[in-house]
Write a protein of this length. Structure first.
Length: 313
């Protein structure tokens, strides 16, 4: 070989190298995305653990969990009551407890996003949404992805049982002693993911409008009033709910979908394969979309005397 002869890649060799790099990237990208989602899911679990600590610190100070909402003399939700226990003391001091949560005086508080109230896996972070109560717009609210139930659990046998943070339609506030949770703190759901309200999502698909979200107005979507009516489970297509209205009995086969079916009134998260649930003992469980509807309704009640099989959630 002469000393002035140059060596270089041929076009074919270069294309082969580019193809190999493309294959490696294609193989690595799903793993990277899975790792990122695993980190976001862990962050979501940490958020719920912080909320669990806040609830128990509240209970230590007030001898019980806060009720889901107060209506008289003013309207506010559980999120306001636990502000001192989620490192939000400045917001608590600025909040006017003598005014409704949607009042103009409370706009500077309720429109502030709180990180611990939003799931990192939700498509839109730090969402600011219209604060609409019974058709009237009062400004804006910082959205929350974590909800509580405040009406009784309607089981498939037709019986209605209580939820831990239950409050009456004329609630004047107060607390619910932990002694009311006779099913056991470790087998009773306290807070669930119900992400991306007031948008309506069904089985991973965003709907054209929010008309299907039954509780996007007076019961949300801001963190200051994040509550849903009774726990709901859905038909396989996510369109028909059991547990919200009506009477009578039903079979689980009619409503087999309990997790990630419809965020109108059901548990809904953007974690592949399931959602995180906070239990009354402060533990957080990642619960599969395969969870039985019957088991879910049993876990949602605090005094149903249901026998929950080991390993079922």
């Amino acid at each position: 070989m002469r000393c002035d002869e140059r060596r270089a890649f041929t076009l074919v060799e270069m294309l082969v190298v580019i193809a190999i790099i493309g294959v490696l990237v294609a193989l690595l990208l799903p793993a990277i995305q899975q790792a990122r989602e695993a980190a976001r899911r862990n962050d979501c679990q940490n958020n719920l653990k912080q909320l669990g600590l806040a609830f128990h610190n509240f209970a230590d100070a007030h001898r019980g969990f806060p009720v889901s909402r107060t209506l008289v003399p003013v309207m506010r939700g559980w999120g306001v009551d636990i502000l001192p226990y989620i490192e939000s003391e400045p917001l608590r001091k600025a909040y006017r407890y003598d005014q409704h949560f949607y009042a103009a005086a409370n706009q500077p508080v309720v429109s502030v996003p709180i990180r611990v109230m939003q799931c990192p896996s939700s498509p839109e972070q730090s969402r600011i949404v219209p604060l609409t109560i019974n058709g009237t717009n009062y400004g804006t609210a910082a959205a929350g992805d974590y909800y509580v139930f405040h009406r009784g659990v309607r089981r498939f046998d037709g019986q209605t049982k209580s939820v831990p943070l239950s409050s009456s339609p004329t609630s004047t506030g107060g607390v619910n002693p932990l002694s009311l949770i006779t099913d056991g703190l470790s087998q009773t759901i306290l807070v669930v993911e119900m992400a991306m309200k007031p948008q309506n999502w069904i089985l991973g698909v965003r709907q054209p409008d929010s008309s299907g979200d039954l509780f996007s107005g007076p019961t949300g979507p801001g963190w200051a009033y994040c509550l849903s009516m009774p726990p709901a489970v859905y038909s396989a297509d996510g369109m028909t709910a059991w547990g919200i209205v009506g009477s009578g009995t039903a079979a689980e086969s009619q409503y087999p979908c309990a997790i990630n079916c419809n965020n109108s009134a059901g548990v809904y998260a953007f974690h592949p394969g399931g959602a995180n649930l906070l239990f009354c003992d402060g533990s957080v469980h990642f619960t599969s979309t395969r969870l039985s509807s019957t088991v879910f309704l049993g876990l949602a009640s605090c005094d149903g005397d249901e026998i929950i099989p080991a390993g079922s959630f």
